[in-house]
Design a protein around this ligand. Sequence first.
Ligand code: ADP
Ligand code: ZN
Length: 702
Amino acid sequence: MGIFSVLVDAPAYAGLGDALDYTSEVPLEPGQLVRVPLGRREVLGVVWDSAPAQHLDPAALRAVIEAHAGLPALNPAWRKLVQFAAQYYQRALGEMAAQALPPALRSLSAERLARRLNKQGASTRAGAGPASHSPTMAEAPPPTPEQASVLTTLAAPDASGTSLLFGSTGSGKTEVYLQRMASVLSADPQAQALIMVPEINLTPQLQERVRSRFEPLYGPGCVVSMHSAMTPVQRLNAWLSAHLGHARIVLGTRLAVFASMPGLRLIVVDEEHDPSYKQQEGARYSARDLAVYRGHLEGIQVILGSATPSLESWHKSRPCEGEDGGGRYLRLAMPSRVGATALPEVRCVDMRLMPKGTLFAPLLLDAMRERVDQGEQVMVLLNRRGWAPVLVCSDCDWKSECPHCSAYRVFHREDRTLRWHHCGLTGRVPRHCPGCGNLDLGWQGRGTEQLQEHLQQWFAQRAHPSGRPYGVLRIDADSTRLKGHLEQQLAQVHSGEVDVLVGTQMIAKGHDFRRMGLVVVADPDGALFSADFRAPERLFALLMQADGRAGRAAREPGAAPAQVLVQTRHPEHPLFEALKRHDYPGFAQSQLLDRQAAGMPPFTHQALVRTQARAIEDALDFLEAARQLGLTMAGEWVTLYPAVPMAMPRVANAERAQMLIESPNRAALQHFLSQWSTTLHEQRALHKRVTRWAVDIDPQAI
Ligand code: ADP
Ligand code: ZN
């Protein structure tokens, strides 16, 4: 009989260590999955590398219930990844491991798992090897000179680390991923590749492209998806297929970074700048950063791709210059679009010349109609859903404040509701002003609903040359709440029924709309002067994405060039100037200079402690107490800023406060946090009125 340490998902610091000791009659190896008793429950555990505590009396320990014998152990690289993630993001190891495994695995007995494995084995044997003839076989096109040069660089032995593929939208980045994957997979029959995307439902075309490229070579089932919209059973099957080495390619969202892939040889992170790579609850990990770390652990290549890289990755891929030895990433550029379709022309429409409250400048409406009449489509982008951000009374000061939050409720006219987008509260629109009884309630600002209706009315008064009515469609989180609606609405756009597409950032990402000739950016000014220092970076990425939607297909000779029209009261703003030149490097350089001068990331490293309580004082007291104790251990490299109420302090009746911790040195920050975390937990136990708290490392929004 032996004693083994086993990781279980026990809440951190609930008096239990990270791994618990159990006895087992049969020998167990690290990484093996087992079922163990925990209190009165029976839970999934992972046999861990840590040595059991010394001088244990086996009689005092509980025994492992069963081992999942048919399942290979999770390999050392996977275990190191989980270990690193737990430590870096300040979470319990057991919690991290649980989060990294498919939920359905937790409740499966060894017997049921064995049956499932039998089925898996049978189905892969049936599908093993290439399909003899496949009608959908998609041949790889011969690479363009830019693609060829990038592929040659990536194939060189010294490109085994992380590369940043900086390529304009439509420059053929996806094709580079596919061809690089093809050569890695063909070099070794065991090799596997992981390709990550921000949101899978926005990229059905990519799934199709990957399948049709590789299924003819490696058989159906060689590509599996992993994302949170899959059922638990689908996720389990995909996970098993990758873990057993049956799947050669995993295509997934951020959670796929933890897929167990014994043959992993390549990781691709598409749209690496996208904020959805950061998990926003529980262990707040960045899947992009973990992908880079995983590549480092496994000694394999990682490709980060984007037309507008995150400033972090851009900075890390800077070339050597003088004293500066340059970044650790290799920067690869593909500036041209495939087929030499020119990037669209970007122009600002000066809204200072229009009456206040104008939704669309008249010249812009005419431009839209002209495009549509020529058989093209128009996209109207506004990052605010609903009708208007706030309902107001014209007589008194009443505004539609949310009773539970410190923000206004958004007026949705479609279903006459007031909704608050943060706490989810929905209510009827009042018939008269709750403040003074005035029946004449108006609104301020605009949302996608309002733009859609305005455009519908404007186009309804006009006739299309063919006599049919114009089609105006809106796509945003409201229009796509029901399952299947997004796909249905995208199909409408592709089929050409839609002339004008109104929407939020959802419509700007990734879609290959072939006939989009004009993109209208309705009201981007808010992000120019936001309190969030990342707002301009996000706006620029969004506008470049939108810009990438326009004019993807080669245009008819003599046709007007594709256009992006930006309605703004700040037409001379440097962000728009850079956008006009499609100049990401110029924009990035000016942002990085600003960030350096202000001591912001990527020149410093940050962590946030966030707390919630019913009263703001309680949230602040806890943070202040922890800060005072932290100051004594911080040393000169780490700065602890005073605790402050959050910009939006009240959400769903909880008051929220936060405290920023900063250091120019990542290791110093990590060292401080790991020491300070015991203090935080002790203080939490003393401040019982704090309802929630969390540490966010490398926060995306402050
Ligand atoms: P990105 O991912 O950079 O936006 P894609 O890889 O999707 O670019 O390529 C844009 C378009 O160009 C796609 O329709 C793709 O099929 C096509 N394409 C890419 N590479 C080539 C090539 N070498 N030859 C012909 N067409 C290509
Ligand atoms: Zn009033």
